[in-house]
Design a protein around this ligand. Structure first.
Ligand code: AMP
Length: 221
């Protein structure tokens, strides 16, 4: 089980998708799952919307329940990549408990080290496909046809929480709640620092190397 950690816009979603496509992992993105339930407008969706609109974390019990259901759906823990989970210490502890109750564990945590000045400009240029979730950037990762998703042909949109006010709040939440998760995993010797300022292809080569080395080392032990 791999977890991707970093501030909003540090490239977690892009790398999670590359890991899924190229290395055969199952991707679990709480952000994507929440955006789906918000579309359905059921009770959970309505509740989640209030938090996403403010750039705050959705309450842990909701998120942990979503993860529990996904894992009990028969996904193989070892082959999962989490995009943006855990996002606070309580989630990290709950994940450890849940995995160990099933004989699993967190194998590797990749931290995308990216200055907030860079991620702020990336977020303002980010576009997302509302149908398949594919990610684009108007400067560095443009679609072939202007504003059209290469994968499914839908019209791209800007995420509602990629606006200046909400971004500020997401950064604050990151500094206060998510950044301490780095130390949690550093102490367990699971954290790898990756330079998130590089191009996505270069970052993926590094990510791939760490994943292959990490799992190879484990197989030899
Ligand atoms: P993301 O797509 O990862 O940028 O997440 C978008 C939003 O979904 C966040 O600002 C939070 O409101 C919510 N969210 C995503 N992951 C989590 C999580 N692990 N815990 C709580 N809320 C989350």
């Amino acid at each position: 089980m791999i977890s991707l950690l970093g501030p909003p816009g540090s490239g977690k979603g892009t790398q999670a998708e590359l890991i899924r496509k190229n290395l055969g992992f199952s991707k679990i993105s709480i952000g994507d799952m929440l955006r789906e339930v918000i579309k359905i407008k059921d009770e959970i969706g309505k509740k989640a919307k209030e938090y996403l609109e403010k750039g705050k974390l959705v309450p842990d019990y909701l998120v942990i329940e979503m993860i529990r259901k996904e894992l009990e759906n028969g996904k193989v823990e070892r082959d999962i990549v989490f995009d943006g989970f855990p996002r606070n210490i309580n989630q990290a502890i709950s994940l450890d408990r849940f995995l160990s109750s099933r004989g699993g564990k967190v194998d590797l945590v990749l931290y995308f080290d990216t200055p907030l000045s860079l991620v702020a400009s990336r977020l303002s240029q980010r576009r997302i496909c509302p149908k398949c979730g594919a990610l684009y950037n108007l400067e560095s990762a443009q679609p072939s046809l202007q504003n059209i998703c290469d994968d499914c042909g839908s019209t791209l949109v800007k995420r509602e929480d990629d606006n200046e006010e909400i971004i500020k709040s997401r950064f604050q939440v990151y500094e206060e709640e998510t950044a301490p998760v780095k130390d949690f995993y550093r102490k367990k010797d699971l954290l790898i620092n990756i330079d998130g300022t590089n191009k996505k292809e270069e970052i993926f080569n590094e990510v791939k190397r760490y994943i292959e080395e990490g799992f190879h080392r484990e197989n030899c032990n």
